[in-house]
Design a protein around this ligand. Sequence first.
Ligand SMILES: [Zn+2]
Ligand SMILES: [Zn+2]
Length: 408
Amino acid sequence: MKLRSSKCFGEVIGVCLTILALFAANSTVAQQSPTSALSDRDAYYPGTEDLAADEMRVTACGTGMPNARPKQAAACFLVELGNGDKFIFDIGTGSMERLTGLAIPFDYLDKVFIGHLHSDHFGDLDALWVGGVISNRQRPLRVWGPNSTKPEYGTAYAVEHMKKMLTWDAASRLGNVNTRGLQIEVTEFDYKGVNQVIYEENGVSIRSFPAIHALDGPVSFTLEWNGLKFAFSSDTYPNKWWMEYAKGADIAIHECFLPPVLLVKKQKWPVPDALNVGTQVHTSPSMFGKVMSLTEPRLAVGYHFFNDFDTTPFVERQIRTTYDGPLALAVDYMVFNITKDDIRVRMASINEDVWPLPSVTAKLPADPSQRVGFTKFLIEGREVFTDVIKKIYDDINEEFGTDEEVPN
Ligand SMILES: [Zn+2]
Ligand SMILES: [Zn+2]
């Protein structure tokens, strides 16, 4: 039978999944041999499911805070559409690892929309840029992000200086791996644009509108395709633009920041800072609830807090003082399958031993003529194990039918 955790909206998803798992176990034992695969597994195993032509899949690849922790990377959500398109919204620190866990060829992970330039929202752009190349991406990386009140606060400046920071890295790879994927195309747009179209291809429209967070520049996004609407706040204080343009979204993902009391008790912050950051720079859970009462999405998703056994019940109680609609409190690898009729919420189960998938196009070799090379100083310091290396070349040539020679 089909099990839908959407029936459990209004409760904490983790509790729902436990109940559903018990129910599933009881309902399938009598029908199937224990040696057969289950017909319906209530988890998402990356790379094992087709996405229907009219379906949207959203995967939480970072739901935490600027404080790094193994359980939750910083902000990142992947949107996959039934037409084959994929879009990354924010790429916070640690999220590249989560994206890799989804076993998607990196040629498809080439479009990133950055809501603002806090490191917990774009800190893994360097990892996607360089790591994507090493993991076989042969396409340029395309980045969309806002400007600000000064050029140096804008996305183009940030990306240009990220490239400068990685000057040695990029130079060191020339001639050793194919570097076509090191190209970056940046589209910087006006952060004041109200519901402006910043991307329109293949039936997909992505719009931005201003967010109010920390400094001028941040934006929120909507993505519309095939009658479905995804809304993503990045970080923002509640504002009129979100209320108008995220209204009625099928899935509305909005920050639901760690409540001030937990910033004081768990994170050891001074009370004035906790109140300021928790309620003026960010949206606290009860404020998130109010936002969602006015947004009225099919599913409200809160993120941007440490989602633990001892925080989630408190956060949910705060939300429920102002909102009684469908709710999920995101943790990393929570997966949402959205159609016009249904929203299914599950957890992904990933292969921690995952390897990079091949390029979509034939993998191009490096061009050795591009190598920068070493100085004489280092060349003369090499201990060359000629016989050992020759055996490596011989074995490879025999296994793959090649004719590579050991360089002098
Ligand atoms: Zn921020
Ligand atoms: Zn943030």
